[in-house]
Design a protein around this ligand. Structure first.
Ligand code: ARG
Length: 445
């Protein structure tokens, strides 16, 4: 396929210059943008009604034919904009050549990419919702399953599995908020900014912006064609999302090990070893953890491309799509696996309980009992530490042993170090947490 600008690039340069391998996936957005632009040109009398109708019919036909597989995108075209416009002209002749009036590929690509990203963010928000729903349901089923909470990966204080899982949901709810926020800031339509300085034609930018679902036209034409903040913001939100997925994945790897034994991952989300018949490897969790690096790389790549670019459009910007698409695809892929993996995992109450029973995770509660009986915290801390050093679970110490550590102890300390009581007394607002998560799941954006 030829170029829109008439000249030719050297064979050696063709591959470097071409972006169709990445941007062909924006064909829907490119056609939508052209339909809106052509309708506006006709409404303003910049092209004739007849040409407007011909363009509309031509573009609608191209859309249908790509959709049905009848028309294959020609990968020798420079980019998707070239392919759509040249195909249109091939099909409808003269009128097709009028489509690009009062437009440049610079405002066109900036519009297409925003439209595409907004659509993908909606998809990702659905996927995040799916993961949050899976976490919520599992948390609700294991509200009271006592397990050790950790700091420094050392058993620290007792929590419940339900409470633990809700922490994951909270991270994802913030991620959803960041993605929705990035989408909101993508609400200004670049169309009409043209190459960089707007146009002398009497276009109606409100009309195209509204037709494409944007809030309004972008005000500054130089900014409109060269802003790729929205790519960076989206990738930053995705990077943080991946950081969270990766932390969850790491815990699934740990918990499903024989050392922890807190959960069994579902069939279909673990793999066997070709040499060790007993193995069930948490490959999917590991890959989610591993793919996180890619998304960080995409973000760093984009930031680096933008650094020091003069206004307005520079061809460097063509590098935006590969990075952004990779980040979107990777996050979607990982969320799509993590949600059913969480939904299908089997938690083991007894293993969690057993782990909670060792490691003195009720030592703070023991010290707190003394504090409740008038002992200063530092003194109480020292007495509890002395008890811990005896090496026996606190529930099994005799009252004499307690009294040897501090004379204030009496028989009610046994209620204080009981694990279930420890968790109950913390008054973790689990029902409120679950309610908050449910409210998020019911939200319409
Ligand atoms: N393929 C280009 C991109 O992705 C479209 C814009 C080309 N504009 C130009 N002035 N060469 O950025």
């Amino acid at each position: 396929m030829n170029n829109l600008w008439g000249g030719a690039v050297a064979d050696a340069a063709r591959e470097l210059n071409s972006s169709i391998a990445a941007d062909s996936r924006m064909w829907r957005e490119d056609i939508a943008g052209s339909l809106a632009h052509a309708a506006m040109l006709a409404a303003r009398g910049i092209i004739s009604q007849a040409d407007g109708e011909a363009i509309k019919a031509g573009l609608t036909g191209i859309l249908a034919d790509i959709e049905s597989g009848k028309l294959a995108i020609d990968m020798s075209a420079e980019d998707i904009h070239t392919f759509v416009e040249m195909t249109l002209t091939e099909r409808i002749g003269e009128a097709g050549k009028r489509l690009h009036t009062a437009r440049s590929r610079n405002d066109q690509v900036a519009t297409d990419l925003r439209l595409y990203t907004r659509r993908r963010i909606d998809e990702l928000l659905e996927l995040v919702r799916g993961a949050v729903a899976a976490i919520h349901d599992k948390a609700a089923g294991y509200k009271d399953a006592v397990m050790p909470g950790y700091t420094h990966l050392q058993r620290a204080q007792p929590v419940t599995f339900g409470h633990y899982l809700c922490a994951w949901a909270m991270m994802l709810i913030r991620d959803a908020g960041r993605l929705a926020d990035a989408k909101k800031r993508m609400g200004q339509c670049p169309l009409g900014a043209c190459a960089l300085a707007g146009t002398t034609f009497p276009i109606d930018r409100q009309m195209t912006a509204a037709a494409l679902g944007f809030d309004r036209p972008a005000l500054n034409s130089l900014d409109a064609v060269s802003d790729r903040d929205f790519c960076v913001e989206t990738m930053a939100a995705l990077s943080l999302l991946m950081a969270h997925l990766s932390r969850m994945a790491e815990e699934l790897v740990l918990w499903s090990s024989l050392e922890f034994g807190f959960v069994t991952l579902p069939e279909g989300y673990v793999t066997g070893s070709s040499i060790m018949p007993q193995k069930k490897n948490p490959d999917m969790a590991e890959l989610i953890r591993g793919k996180t690096g890619r998304v960080y790389g995409d973000l760093m790549g984009m930031l680096t491309v933008l650094k020091g670019l003069p206004l307005a459009y520079n061809k460097d910007m063509q590098e935006d799509k590969q990075a952004l698409f990779d980040a979107l695809d990777t996050a979607a892929l990982c969320l799509g696996v993590l949600a059913p993996m969480i939904a299908g995992m089997t938690p083991h109450r007894s293993a969690m309980r057993k782990a909670a029973g060792a490691g003195f995770i009720n030592a703070t509660d023991c010290a707190d009992w003394l504090v409740g009986h008038g002992v200063p915290f530092r003194e109480a801390y020292a007495a509890a530490a002395e008890l811990v050093h005896r090496g026996k679970p606190l529930e099994e110490l005799t009252l004499e042993e307690y009294r040897a550590a501090h004379p204030a102890f009496d028989g009610t300390v046994y209620d204080a170090v009981d694990l279930d009581a420890c968790v109950r007394r913390r008054r973790l607002p689990l029902d409120e947490e679950l309610g908050y998560i449910e409210a998020f799941l019911q939200e319409q954006d």
